[in-house]
Design a protein around this ligand. Structure first.
Ligand code: GDP
Ligand code: IMO
Ligand code: MG
Length: 423
């Protein structure tokens, strides 16, 4: 069977957690392929909210195997805390959670380095979540990193010490205080013991054998396409491949096995952290979206920047991922608007218009060109079918489908599992 992928088409926080949980019952396996505890995936059901950072969003379905893939970076401390919190809530992860031996480990000094690098950047900081993501991927590609499989080896302590000491030398050079390290290490080593008790496996074999046996797999992305290391608004990006291609390298699955690519986007745009955001609204309209969408980061609690839907950026993301189906989230957040703007083009510095996402969004100013559409201006609470959606929302959906060339097959009208309308 093919592997389907669900990933974000914007700057993250599109609602991936909610939808993975919603569609997971159609799959045997859910596998995270990149990112780490910078992710915050929110699920709401039975009146309870859960936020997952490291663990795939299929975990609440006992019959589904959840895999943390080799492309992920794992903070054992966050992982331990998350498993324990799930156990307290009655979710048993003993049998349905596997970690790849090849998953890179975030060690305490990676987090300190993340903070030190951000401090050194001053005004140009990325707005990192400070979870150690950049420094851990840096060590992965520098061929210096520690992997989950290493915790079982006899020379783990020696490898750990060598890596930590190289980090300490850098921290000293940057004059970044690391007095809290012994305390961080205590929690880290307790979490390493915890990790050893869990299930670690060569998950590339698990996944390929499952495919051979006709099992269905959903690959769960973190962050979003516009934060991708290659195609995002560099350098204001994360450090992993967030596109569909990342699912192949991040899980050990050949490209020819990819089936559907579900591209998920909000009915508007948000961004948390620094970096260009062409349709950002720094006015009361942006504030209204933030309030009504409760747009505050699931990982850091920071207010998310808000703006209108950006079609050139969405089209670019669909192209890079070959998105086969689009899922539109948070339509309800626009319920209170008489009129909705949608960015169709950008006006460049020389006055010409383009529908392509320019290479440089930072130094050369671009102005979004908007089309105004009539808002639906009513509640979507009691609507259960596509056909019953207000005409204005259907027109908005039609317009996006036409502009992007991919069908919208799901509309989300609230955070709860139940507030989901499929075609
Ligand atoms: P993820 O990182 O892509 O999983 O998204 P986050 O969980 O960080 O952010 C999405 C936020 O929107 C969460 O608080 C969700 O509970 C919430 N949410 C998801 N879908 C909807 C929706 O259709 N309407 C509203 N109002 N909230 C939603
Ligand atoms: P989910 O999976 C939104 C942003 C950070 C920062 C930049 C780099 O919940 O959608 P990093 O910590 O990766 O070095 O930060 O990327 N960022 C996210 N924004 N959602 C996320 O994940 C994000 N993960 C990282 O705010 O701007
Ligand atoms: Mg999130």
């Amino acid at each position: 069977m093919a592997v389907d992928i669900l990933l974000g088409l914007q700057w993250g926080d599109e609602g991936k957690g909610k939808i993975v949980d919603f569609i997971a019952p159609g799959y045997d396996i859910v596998a995270r392929f990149q990112g780490g505890p910078n992710a915050g995936h929110t699920l709401v059901f039975d009146g309870v909210k859960h936020v997952l950072h490291q663990i795939p969003s299929g975990i609440f379905h006992q019959q589904i195997l959840n895999i943390i893939g080799n492309g992920v970076v794992l903070d054992p401390v966050v992982f331990k805390r998350e498993v324990e919190a799930l156990n307290v809530r009655g979710v048993n992860t003993d049998e349905n959670l596997l970690i790849s031996t090849r998953t890179q480990l975030i060690i305490p000094t990676h987090r300190l380095l993340d903070a030190a690098y951000e401090a050194a950047k001053g005004r140009n900081k990325i707005g990192s979540t400070l979870k150690g993501i950049g420094p851990t991927y840096e060590d992965k590609y520098g061929r210096l990193g520690l992997r989950v499989g290493d915790v079982l080896s006899r020379d783990f302590m020696a490898k750990y010490t060598a890596l930590r000491d190289s980090h300490l030398a850098r921290l000293d050079y940057l004059k970044y205080d690391h007095v809290q390290l012994p305390e961080l290490e205590e929690a880290f080593f307790a979490a390493i013991e915890f990790l050893k008790e869990g299930k670690v496996a060569e998950t590339e074999y698990t996944l390929n054998a499952a495919m051979q046996a006709g099992k269905t797999i959903l690959a769960e992305g973190a962050q979003g396409t516009l934060l991708d290391i290659d195609f995002g608004s560099y350098p204001f990006v994360t450090s992993s491949s967030t596109t569909a291609a990342g699912a192949c390298t991040g899980l050990g699955i050949a490209p020819s096995h990819i089936g559907e690519v579900y591209g998920i986007f909000k009915a508007y745009c948000t961004r948390v952290g620094s970096g260009p955001f062409p349709t950002e609204l720094e006015d009361e309209v942006g504030e209204q979206i933030r309030k009504s969408g409760n747009e505050f980061g699931s990982t850091t609690g920071r207010p998310r920047r808000c703006g209108w839907l950006d079609l050139p950026a969405l089209r670019y993301a669909c192209m890079l991922n070959n998105a086969t189906k689009l899922l539109m989230m948070k339509a309800d957040v626009l319920n209170g608007f008489e009129e909705i703007q949608i960015c169709t083009h950008y006006e460049l510095e020389d006055g010409t218009q383009t529908d392509r996402l320019p290479y440089d969004l930072t130094s050369a100013p671009i102005k979004p060109v908007y089309k105004t559409m009539k808002g639906w201006n009513c509640s979507l609470d009691n609507i259960r079918t596509f056909d019953n959606l207000p005409q204005e929302l259907l027109a908005y959906i039609d317009y996006i489908e036409e502009a992007v060339g991919v069908p919208i097959t799901l509309v989300s009208t609230g955070p709860d599992r139940k507030q989901t309308i499929t075609k």
